[in-house]
Write a protein of this length. Structure first.
Length: 189
């Protein structure tokens, strides 16, 4: 029989101490109710692409940089989540261009769309047309810096922002992990 019948959950850090007589437990930080921050260190581009590609911070920084300029991040309710002077990142389309869309038929881009997913599963969608055929694509950025500082772990590390949206907070993805390219099924004729 183990002295301490309380078992650690798998993957938990050994931050519980027994007192000298083994009777009481003292918790050492971090407290178990503090969730680990949602953070991304790389973005994987997959799905209908020729080359599945993974971009970490270094490879993102090697791509042509885009700055947003002053931006209010507003939610659907109208609440301003934050006002930033600048986000720095790269165009979402730059990542797609490197992975290269894989389209069975020449005109399949008309039904292509991209799902962008955060570490918690939060998912937003961009159509090929939005990205390549409207101003939205120019403002859809994978970002890694805000106001001259790297996005901290608490801010997700790597994110996505769509600066041309009316309510920017909604298609902002904290801790961006995945970009997957899909083809919508055409309706039967
Ligand atoms: N990964 C992730 N990103 C997300 C969300 C979320 O739940 N998970 N919520 C969205 C919503 S509704 C809002 S208002 C903003 C909040 O911004 P913040 O999380 O950067 O403060 O994040 C957006 N991005
Ligand atoms: Mo929100």
């Amino acid at each position: 029989m183990p002295l301490n019948p309380m078992r650690m959950p798998a993957g938990a850090s050994p931050d519980i101490r027994l007192s000298a007589n083994g009777a009481s437990l003292t918790r050492v930080s971090p407290a178990p109710e503090t969730p680990a921050p949602l953070v991304s260190r790389e973005v994987v581009v997959s799905g209908c692409v020729n080359r599945r590609h993974s971009f970490d911070l270094c490879s993102l920084m090697r791509l042509p940089t885009q700055l947003t300029g002053p931006l209010d991040v507003v939610c659907l309710s109208g609440r301003t989540v934050r006002s930033a002077s600048d986000y720095k990142g790269v165009r979402l389309t730059a990542l797609l261009d490197i992975a290269r869309l894989r389209l069975p038929q020449a005109r399949d881009f008309t039904r292509a769309f991209v799902l962008a997913q955060g570490a918690d599963g939060y998912t937003v969608m961009f159509s090929w047309h939005e990205l390549y055929n409207t101003p939205v694509g120019v403002g859809a950025l994978v970002v890694y810096e805000r106001d001259g500082l790297p996005l901290s772990d608490d801010e997700g590390g790597i994110g996505l922002i769509s600066t041309c949206d009316l309510r920017v907070a909604l298609r902002q993805v904290r801790a961006l992990k995945r970009l997957t390219v899909h083809l919508a099924d055409p309706a039967p004729i």
